[in-house]
Ligand binder design. Structure first.
Ligand code: AP5
Length: 207
């Protein structure tokens, strides 16, 4: 089974949803830069204070802050999923210096679907589980199935910010599809349809 996995794709394509399943089912350690940054913002750490303005506007946090953070987190881990990292060619080059990635899975979803998914997403602040008001509602309204915490709507899931995040993705992160294709690491999986069926394809690509 492939051990070092990068998840690529636009905001809302389902990276976090699929990473959670891979962690639960296959024992991968999920490293999500978005989750780490949101926790840092909540705890008002130095990183969080620096990152907040960029995140609220839907922009990218500067490479130097992210690269240092991820270097530390990745060190010594064997079976990892990187969700939300790398997001720029500079980040991908820094990652390649540290580890040899086995596969980059690109989850492909059209823009119109992404906006509905993000504006109706609800997230758990404690265990980072992800829900959707209609596609994947929690068993009890407003409460996380996994840990019982109250669910919330992310600040950057408001429609205007979502549009900016999609533009930032196209400009900075989309080139990574070509980057990993040229290195023979890319697999693209259609990300529209049943979450479990998409997961079955993700799992197959890891064998
Ligand atoms: P981050 O948290 O990484 O946000 P993102 O990449 O925009 O991705 P999302 O978490 O929004 O979406 P996702 O693909 O995980 O989809 P999900 O599974 O939740 O980053 C946030 C911010 O942090 C960035 O804007 C930036 O400022 C900063 N940042 C992070 N990493 C950085 C980096 N490396 N460099 C610089 N800055 C960085 O699914 C979305 C919704 O759809 C959910 O409600 C889900 O239930 C639903 N859903 C999932 N799959 C399906 C399906 N098949 N059918 C229907 N609904 C579905």
């Amino acid at each position: 089974m492939k051990a070092k996995v990068v998840l690529l794709g636009p905001p809302g394509c389902g990276k976090g949803t699929q990473a959670e399943k891979m962690g639960d089912d296959l024992g991968y350690v999920k490293l999500s830069t978005g989750d780490m940054l949101r926790e840092a913002v909540r705890n008002k750490t130095e990183l969080g204070l620096k990152a907040k303005t960029y995140m609220d506007a839907g922009g990218l946090v500067p490479n130097d802050l992210i690269i240092g953070l991820m270097k530390e987190k990745i060190a010594g881990l064997d079976k990892i999923i990187l969700d939300g990292f790398p997001r720029t060619v500079e980040q991908a080059d820094a990652l390649a210096e540290q580890v040899d990635i086995d596969i980059a899975i690109n989850i492909d979803v059209p823009d119109e679907e992404l906006i509905t998914r993000l504006t109706q997403r609800r997230s758990c602040p404690d265990c980072n589980a992800v829900y959707h008001l209609t596609n994947k509602p929690p068993m009890k309204e407003g409460v996380c199935d996994k840990c019982g915490a109250a669910l919330y709507q992310r600040d950057d899931d408001k429609e205007e910010t979502v549009k900016n995040r999609l533009e930032v993705y196209r400009k900075n992160t989309f080139p990574l599809i070509d980057y990993y294709e040229k290195r023979g690491k890319l697999v693209t999986i259609p990300g529209v349809g049943d979450i479990s069926e998409i997961y079955a394809q993700v799992k197959k690509s890891l064998l």
